[in-house]
Design a protein around this ligand. Structure first.
Ligand code: TMP
Length: 215
């Protein structure tokens, strides 16, 4: 990230399985960067634009083919890049997104076992070579994440205890998502930092701060 164009903002993404606690860190990271006098835009995927939020409702709520699910993630992302992410970066703002394309590789690729090469085609179509400057992958054992999601593994997919289609998936699905994130982080170690999120908040924030200081 040093060496990047100084007039351009930085793009930071937060990733992890549902229940890894990443949402807790979004606001804290935004505040740390604001305290350095930078303008910060906080956003999320799927979503981040009015159309993207409608697509989010569909993709989290309606049963659909895996290809449809993946295409909708990238459709929302295309709008997000066009309407929010690129304009903010070009204006010199920092953008912090709660999830981005690594989530598609982890959830649709790992979790739903779609071939990474197919996802890479859509990635190239929608964003070309554009990538986040820095990505934090909040990592916790799958059973810990399940506990944080507020319940045990549902007895059957579709059990009414969880709130969206992904949260209703079983532990094996989330194991594959977690592996998907870890494999991707191993592939892009300069950009993606795996944060052990199974420890005290202060200790996690101390590590985040170390990465942010050099950003
Ligand atoms: P959230 O709970 O972090 O807001 O994310 C919503 C869900 O969408 C979460 O379970 C992960 C899932 N998701 C995908 O499956 N693929 C994607 O590309 C993105 C961005 C999210």
């Amino acid at each position: 990230m040093s060496g990047a164009n100084a007039s351009r903002g930085r793009f930071i993404t937060l990733e992890g399985v549902d229940g890894a606690g990443k949402s807790t860190h979004v606001g804290w990271i935004a505040e740390r960067i604001r305290s350095r006098g930078q303008e910060v835009v906080v956003t999320r995927e799927p979503g981040g634009t009015p159309l993207g939020e409608q697509l989010r409702k569909l993709v989290l709520g309606e049963a659909m083919h895996i290809d449809t699910e993946t295409l909708l993630m990238f459709a929302a992302r295309r709008e997000h890049l066009e309407q929010v992410i690129q304009p903010a970066l070009q204006a010199g703002k920092w953008v912090i997104s709660d999830r981005f394309t690594d989530a598609t590789f982890a959830y649709q690729g790992g979790g739903r076992q779609m071939a990474a090469a197919r996802i890479a085609i859509l990635e190239d179509w929608v964003q070309g070579a554009f990538q986040p400057d820095l990505t934090f992958v909040f990592d916790v054992p799958t059973d810990v994440a399940a506990g944080r999601r507020g319940g045990r593994e549902p007895a059957s997919p579709g059990a009414a205890s969880a709130s969206d289609r992904f949260e209703r998936e079983n532990l094996a699905f989330f194991e594959r998502v977690r592996d998907g994130y870890l494999r991707r982080a191993a592939q892009f170690p300069r950009r993606m930092k795996v944060i052990n999120a199974n420890r005290a908040l202060e200790s996690i924030q101390k590590e985040l701060e170390e990465y942010l200081v050099v950003s």
